[in-house]
Ligand binder design. Structure first.
Ligand SMILES: Cc1cc2nc3c(=O)[nH]c(=O)nc-3n(C[C@H](O)[C@H](O)[C@H](O)COP(=O)(O)OP(=O)(O)OC[C@H]3O[C@@H](n4cnc5c(N)ncnc54)[C@H](O)[C@@H]3O)c2cc1C
Ligand code: SF4
Length: 563
């Protein structure tokens, strides 16, 4: 059942339920389905609104301001970097606004995590992982885009890459019967994109899941612990005599008034209204009592809920934030009508320098580890990407139908920190080199495909001939101490975020264990990208669903064992 502001007569208290999931995106929706299917009572709280397929589609600015988070206007910044963070904010989260490019969770990343101590992510040692991946691909009908379905923008990438002799492929997408309207980022009007709204959330309703839309969680209270809870179970193991008596007394006193283990406080708003309706309160209070809470509000949302709730074991919350910065490069093909928004937006990718090939002899760890994807925007987006002001900008926009775009997605090794008000992030020297090299690769591909002019992702750097390619490595923005992207003016953005409540083996440096459950507070779980200790280097919605699928299995096992 979907419940919105209009369905609430006044404030409401729900529960006790078995599980309250905060956030309905890639992670939250997957967990809602698997846990509801396993017989648990599940309530999902989603800050954004509910948009059925009929309300989605080609309404560029309107849709972006409804299904995406306003976080884009508060970029992650550091000493010399500015990255605009984009994320979904609606029933289905980021998957509704996604271009649907799909990659399996990379096995090399699993091996890296196993080296960090998260042994259950080793594909060789844990055969269940391959089964989860197969199961998800089947459920979401993931398959490559057919060759004859690539539009001209995507053909430009393929042709240029072929001529350069570098590997490219058709993107995998979770779609059945695609109409190729090219509006994936405004949500699929035809309901054929297998985003989390059309799949896991819809399926979870069969098992009576309740999803509250417009419900922004403001805080979370941990109620009283029992003898079996962390850290009490551990304290009791070692305690003797008077110390043990003290702990038991403490627990007894706490248990007296414990209705359920967690209380989640949310404010229900009309997420679709620009302002409160006349005579209506701005919000209605919603309180949920639950035995377990799963945080799946995206790395920024999850960290901030914890920080605001003063739940920060060992001071780890908000740390190890990582993202996959990208930049957009545009090329002009005066003799070719590209119209990249007609047809599938993002159906080809250069994966030659991708992290998954890090064991290949040509792989250079100091500057490889990125994907290039064909991408283009509708007019408002193009205005934001194309440089210049006034007449100069208008001249570029006049050729709107002739621009093609390729973006970079970086397997970043940079880390930042999420606080209650800011996101602190700087790209590393290595990431800077990789972004410059990726820009160089993209420009070569464009020229090979016949481009006459390229507006690179480096502000002000426009190339009109392949002879100028070296300028990319010499690029220095006037007044900037460091070269290339390591400047705040660079147009970097990312929709792939991780960390803030990471998994790890040490309590001192991580929030959750490898099952996704908090080390220190039993029954508190992380189910979104927040738990990832590193980036994955590919489009990540499937990786988040994959880890959530694994977490669901651990949840079911652990809860069954405890009963
Ligand atoms: C425009 C765009 C295009 C993308 N394209 C692709 C792509 O082609 N392929 C791909 O693999 N990935 C893509 N991504 C990334 C992918 O969508 C995300 O990585 C993924 O959805 C993240 O999953 P998540 O569960 O961590 O968080 P999300 O899916 O972001 O879900 C978190 C949810 O929590 C809600 N929330 C936040 N705070 C609160 C709160 N306080 N209370 C209640 N709810 C809250 C949010 O509204 C949101 O709906 C794209 C992202 C964007 C924004
Ligand atoms: S391109 Fe296909 S999946 Fe994307 S919005 Fe259009 S019909 Fe839906």
């Amino acid at each position: 059942m979907i419940i919105e502001y209009k369905d609430l007569i006044g404030s409401k208290t729900v529960g006790p339920v078995d599980v309250c999931i905060i956030g309905s995106g890639a992670g939250g929706a997957t967990l809602a389905y698997y846990l509801a299917k396993a017989g648990y009572s599940v309530v999902v709280l989603e800050k954004g609104g509910y948009y059925p397929a009929s309300e989605l589609g080609r309404k560029e600015v309107y849709m972006l301001t409804r299904i995406q988070s306003p976080m884009i206007f508060t970029p992650a910044t550091g000493e010399y970097t500015r990255v605009s963070l984009i994320a979904g904010q609606c029933y289905g989260g980021g998957t509704v606004a996604s271009e649907s490019v799909t990659w399996d969770f990379p096995e090399v990343v699993g091996r890296d995590w196993a080296k960090l101590g998260l042994k259950s992510f080793d594909f060789d040692a844990n055969p269940k992982l391959s089964e989860y991946q197969k199961e998800l691909n089947k459920l979401l009908s993931v398959k490559p885009v057919e060759m004859h379905h690539h539009n001209r923008c995507n053909q430009v990438l393929a042709i240029g890459a072929e001529r350069e002799g570098i590997r490219w492929k058709s993107s995998d997408r979770p779609v059945e019967f695609c109409f190729r309207c090219g509006n994936c980022t405004q949500g699929c009007h035809y309901g054929v994109k297998k985003d989390a709204a059309n799949t896991f959330l819809t399926w979870s309703h069969k098992f009576k899941t309740e999803v509250y839309c417009g419900a922004e969680v403001t805080s979370l209270k941990v109620n009283y612990a029992t003898e079996g809870d962390y850290p009490y179970s551990e304290k009791l193991k070692k305690a003797q005599g008077a110390v043990k008596e003290d702990i038991l007394r403490e627990l007894k006193n706490q248990k007296k008034s414990a209705p359920a283990k967690f209380t989640v406080y949310a404010k229900m708003r009309d997420a679709k209204a620009n302002a409160p309706r006349k005579g209506e309160p701005d919000y209605k209070n919603l309180t949920v009592h639950a035995s377990n809470v799963i945080l799946a509000a995206g790395p920024v949302g999850t960290s901030r809920i914890l920080l605001k709730s003063r739940i920060n074991p060992n001071g780890v919350v908000g740390k190890q934030f990582s993202t996959q910065p990208g930049s957009m490069n545009m090329a002009l093909f005066p003799e070719l009508e590209i119209r990249g928004w007609d047809g599938i937006n993002d159906s080809t990718e250069i994966h030659h320098y991708c992290y998954i090939f890090r064991d290949e002899p040509y792989y250079d760890p100091s500057r490889h580890g990125f994907l290039c994807e064909s991408a283009l925007s509708l007019p408002w987006g193009m205005c934001n990407i194309l440089p210049g002001v006034g007449k100069e900008h208008l001249e570029l926009m006049r050729d709107l139908n002739h621009w093609a775009g390729i973006e970079v997605i970086l397997k970043s090794d940079s880390y930042g920190r999420i606080t209650e008000d800011d996101i602190n992030f700087d790209i590393s020297e290595r990431d800077n080199e990789a972004l410059l090299f990726a820009t160089w690769v993209i420009c070569r591909v464009f020229f090979r495909a016949g481009a006459k002019e390229i507006c690179t992702g480096l502000p002000g750097l426009i190339l009109k001939s392949p002879n100028q390619l070296d300028e990319i490595f010499r690029y220095r923005y006037p007044g900037a101490k460091r070269k290339g992207f390591m400047i705040k003016q660079a147009n970097l953005y990312s929709g792939h975020h991780f960390g803030g409540a990471i998994m790890g083996i040490e309590r001192e440096s991580s929030f959750a264990d490898e099952t996704g459950e908090c080390h220190d507070i039993k029954g508190l779980w992380v189910g979104d990208g927040s738990s990832f200790p590193t980036t994955v280097g590919v489009n990540c919605a499937m990786s988040i669903m994959f880890v959530a699928r694994k977490t669901a299995e651990h949840f079911i096992e652990k809860v069954a064992r405890a009963q």
